[in-house]
Design a protein around this ligand. Sequence first.
Ligand SMILES: NC(=O)c1ccc[n+]([C@@H]2O[C@H](COP(=O)([O-])OP(=O)(O)OC[C@H]3O[C@@H](n4cnc5c(N)ncnc54)[C@H](OP(=O)(O)O)[C@@H]3O)[C@@H](O)[C@H]2O)c1
Length: 220
Amino acid sequence: MELKNRRVIITGASRGLGAALARGLAAKGAKLLLVARNAGPLAEVARATNAHAVTVDVGAPGGALAIAAAAQALLGGVDVVIHNASVLGPVPLKGLLDTTDDELEAALEVNLLGPFRLTRALAGAMALKGRGVVVHVTSDAATNVYPTWGAYGVSKAGLEHLGRIWAAELEGRGVQFITFDPGGMDTKMHADAMPDADPATLARPAVVAERLIAQLEGSS
Ligand SMILES: NC(=O)c1ccc[n+]([C@@H]2O[C@H](COP(=O)([O-])OP(=O)(O)OC[C@H]3O[C@@H](n4cnc5c(N)ncnc54)[C@H](OP(=O)(O)O)[C@@H]3O)[C@@H](O)[C@H]2O)c1
């Protein structure tokens, strides 16, 4: 896929992998709508990438429709959506016996329900056009059992399965679903989860972003 002038939504674009994707995709000439909750850091990335930005909580009930409406108004439609925004759940990480309903719900709202709602708001138009790409950014915690990563792990397992079911239901309609595991990266999320990790052992988000961008370029 030629990325020049493609209209791309990136959630969680104010730092880490999302910001790196914004820089990399802007360099390819993509038209971007960036999403995060905090306006200041998001505006800085938007300025640097000549992108549009909306401050929306992807886990909020009206979040998906606000993002979809902004994409229609500002970009005239959407070719690619990258569900990258994510939260860890309770920090410091803790076992399920100590995890509250609210903590699990909060992780599911941002990591699973938000992407579901946003794809639902966009995929009908993509299927009508016969073209679109939906990227779910996942984690090895979706498949590996890491004690204390319960809220995050089940949300990512759900997200991966959500992508499989979307793909099966829209098969033959021209909408492609990509599940992308970035691996360990030197970001705030990783530092919050594992404060003692040596950043030198972790991948730079810009390097990981190039991997996903190459995958998008290789897609039809
Ligand atoms: N870092 C790793 O080692 C690693 C490993 C495997 C997978 N991943 C996955 O890679 C993706 C990117 O992770 P990262 O490490 O770059 O994370 P990060 O540094 O914590 O950045 C998260 C981004 O998401 C935004 N965000 C968080 N909650 C949001 C919400 N409710 N609504 C809208 N935006 C929200 C944050 O901005 P605001 O706080 O301003 O909203 C920020 O821009 C995530 O899906 C993560 O699960 C990361």
